[in-house]
Write a protein that binds this ligand. Structure first.
Ligand SMILES: [Zn+2]
Length: 292
């Protein structure tokens, strides 16, 4: 699933190819992709508009459309969505959901195998992005802010970092990577983290996201981000060696999300209980549970 770095790659790709062009027409091939659209039909509203800016907010691709009335088109790629720019003469591909024809003979294809992706067309961007939290690569994202947002919470650190209303753009991959780099166990209650952990965590989040953005994100071979060169250190590497201590990388489940970590670099908090999925050669952790 695309996260901030993969969405940023998509935004940069689109910026070079569509900014300044006008839209001739749009064809909707799967109606449920259009999740928000006020007034006239989607196609009628975007036809004739100029794409003046492509930008990112959290995991959303945004386009500013200037026309008879100014609009914003946001796309959430969700699990399998991708936005490509192809010659308009190319055939419709099997999972194309929306095609936006441009003035230069090319078209934006929103292809989405699993159909979870959504497009939102609105005159007021707040309607779509209001609930999103701070951008983790912005100057605003300081250790103090991170601590202020999370330190008072009893919940585990991983689900708190995944909460888009607190920090926008992080997902499963980059949260696992950031917690590993900071040596924090994903089940550590936010309220249990020492003062210096916030500084280290903020630095890890920014370093990892910046590295991943410069490498065009991670390529999972699903066509969402072709050629992403970021190679995770722990995510998806169950049973492999930790690049820092050579311990074995484990997989646990936190809030129903597969979570990858090194138990020597990220010691388990004393009270945390979790299910550990054992892999080949993995040592069984203590299964003892406290009786209630
Ligand atoms: Zn380690």
């Amino acid at each position: 699933m695309p996260e901030l770095p993969e969405v940023e790659s998509t935004v940069r790709y689109l910026k070079e190819r569509v900014e300044g062009l006008s839209i001739e027409r749009a064809v909707i091939l799967w109606h449920r992709t259009i999740a928000l659209n006020r007034g006239k039909s989607f196609s009628q509203q975007v036809a004739g508009a100029t794409i003046t800016e492509v930008f990112r907010r959290g995991k959303l691709v945004g386009m500013r459309l200037a026309g008879a009335s100014d609009q914003f088109l946001f796309t959430h790629l969700r699990m399998s969505g991708s936005l490509d720019v192809l010659p308009s003469s190319f055939d419709v591909a099997p999972h194309d959901r929306v095609i936006i024809f441009l003035s230069n003979g090319k078209s934006i294809r929103f292809n989405d195998t699993r159909k979870f992706g959504r497009m939102y067309l609105t005159p007021s961007p707040d309607e779509v992005v209001r609930s999103l939290g701070v951008e983790p690569l912005s100057a605003e994202f300081t250790p103090e802010l991170l601590q202020r947002l999370l330190a008072g919470r009893k919940r585990a650190i991983k689900p708190a970092l995944l909460d888009q209303s607190l920090i926008a753009g992080l997902g499963n991959i980059y949260v696992d990577e950031s917690l590993w780099r900071s040596g924090i166990h994903p089940l550590s209650p936010c309220s249990s983290l020492p003062e210096d952990a916030w500084r280290s965590l903020r630095r890890s989040i920014q370093e990892i996201l910046s590295e991943a953005v410069s490498l065009l994100g991670t390529d999972f071979g699903d066509g969402v981000v072709d050629g992403g060169m970021y190679r995770p250190s722990v995510y998806g590497r169950t049973g492999e060696r930790c690049p820092r201590c050579s311990g074995e990388i484990s997989r646990i489940v936190v809030g129903q999300r597969g979570t990858h970590l090194c138990l020597s670099c990220q010691p388990k908090p004393r009270k945390a209980r979790h299910r550990v999925k054992l892999t080949r050669g993995a040592k069984a952790p203590s299964q003892k549970r406290r009786k209630r």
